[in-house]
Write a protein that binds this ligand. Structure first.
Ligand SMILES: Nc1ncnc2c1ncn2[C@@H]1O[C@H](COP(=O)(O)OP(=O)(O)O)[C@@H](O)[C@H]1O
Ligand SMILES: [Mg+2]
Length: 256
C-alpha cells in the first residue's frame, strides 16, 4: 500500500507540490490527472526517490521513502517501478533488447542465465512482442513497441506498484487503447497496484478505480472513476479538463 501524507516540494523556492495526501491500497489503481506543469512528474519522481520531499511523508507497505543507504533503495526499486513517456532514453541504445531486459534480473534477482532467458521471453510474450525482435537494438522499435518493451522491463522483477507517467501520451489513439487493454489484463493477472499519470481523462474508465486531479501543484479533488461524468458533483476544473479531453478525442476521430 502506498501512502502519501502532507507532501510538499519546493524547487528553487517555488512551491511545485502542496499538501498532497492520498493512499492506494494493494491491487487498486489511482489516476493522477492534470495539465502540463501541474506537478505530476515531480510527484512520480518523489515516489521513485529520485527527488527528496521538502516536507511530508511517503510510505510503501509501512516503510518510509529511502533517503540514505543503497540497500534501502534496492528494496524500494524491487517493489516500485516506473514507465515514462517514450523519450527513447529508458533502454540503453548500445545494448540488444535482450540485454536491456536481462539487466534488472541481474541486478535484482539470483536467477541463472537460463532462468533469466526464460523470464525475458515470458514477459516479452506477455506484452505481445515477437521473439525475433530481442536480437535488435532498441532503436529498431516503433513507438508502440518501445513502450511495450519498457513495460516488460518494468514488470520482469514483479514490482508491487507500477507508476506510468504519460506512458501512452505519444502513441496514436489505437495504440493507446491497445496499451491500456494490456495494462488492464496484466493488472488483473498479477494483482499489480497502479499509479497512472495522464493529462487525458477519457483514458481512465475501465483502467483506474479512482482519480486525483492536480492543478498547479494542489490537489483539486479525489473521486471514484464511476463519478467522472457526474458533472454536478465534480469540481468545475475537473469538468473543464474532461471537456478538453473529449474535444481532442472528437477532433481526432474526425481526422482519422
Ligand atoms: N528541476 C526543476 N527546476 C525548476 N523547475 C522545475 C524542475 N522540475 C520541475 N519544475 C517545475 O515544476 C512544475 C511541475 O513540473 P512537472 O512535475 O514536470 O509537471 P507535469 O509532469 O505535470 O507536466 C513546472 O512548473 C516545472 O517547470
Ligand atoms: Mg510530466
Amino acid at each position: 500500500m502506498l501512502e502519501i501524507r502532507r507532501l510538499y516540494k519546493e524547487i528553487h523556492g517555488s512551491p511545485i507540490l502542496e499538501d498532497i495526501h492520498f493512499r492506494i491500497e494493494d491491487g487498486e489503481s489511482l489516476a493522477i490527472v492534470g495539465e502540463s506543469g501541474s506537478g505530476k512528474s515531480t510527484l512520480a519522481q518523489l515516489i521513485m526517490a529520485l527527488k527528496q520531499p521538502t516536507s511530508g511523508h511517503i510510505f510503501f507497505d509501512g516503510r518510509p521513502l529511502p533517503n540514505k543507504g543503497i540497500l534501502s533503495y534496492r528494496e524500494w526499486y524491487r517493489d516500485i517501478q516506473i514507465v515514462f513517456q517514450n523519450t527513447g532514453s529508458t533502454l540503453n541504445p548500445s545494448l540488444s533488447l535482450f540485454q536491456c531486459l536481462e539487466e534488472p534480473l541481474i541486478n535484482f534477482t539470483r536467477y541463472n542465465r537460463a532462468e533469466r532467458k526464460h523470464k525475458v521471453l515470458e514477459y516479452w510474450g506477455k506484452v505481445g512482442l515477437n521473439e525475433n525482435l530481442l536480437r535488435n537494438r532498441p532503436g529498431k522499435l516503433s513507438g508502440g513497441q518501445y513502450q511495450r518493451a519498457c513495460l516488460a522491463k518494468a514488470l520482469l522483477t514483479r514490482p508491487k506498484l507500477l507508476i506510468c507517467d504519460e506512458m501512452v501520451s505519444n502513441l496514436d489513439v489505437l495504440l493507446q487503447q491497445q496499451m491500456i487493454e494490456l495494462l488492464i489484463s496484466i493488472q488483473k493477472e498479477q494483482g499489480l497496484t497502479l499509479l497512472f499519470i495522464t493529462h487525458d481523462l477519457t483514458l481512465l474508465p475501465g483502467l483506474c478505480s479512482n482519480i486525483m486531479v492536480l492543478k498547479e501543484g494542489k490537489q483539486v479533488e479525489l473521486f471514484s472513476t464511476s463519478a467522472l461524468y457526474d458533472e454536478a458533483e465534480r469540481d468545475p476544473y475537473t469538468v473543464t479538463l474532461l471537456n478538453s479531453s473529449k474535444m481532442f478525442e472528437t477532433a481526432w476521430n474526425q481526422l482519422t
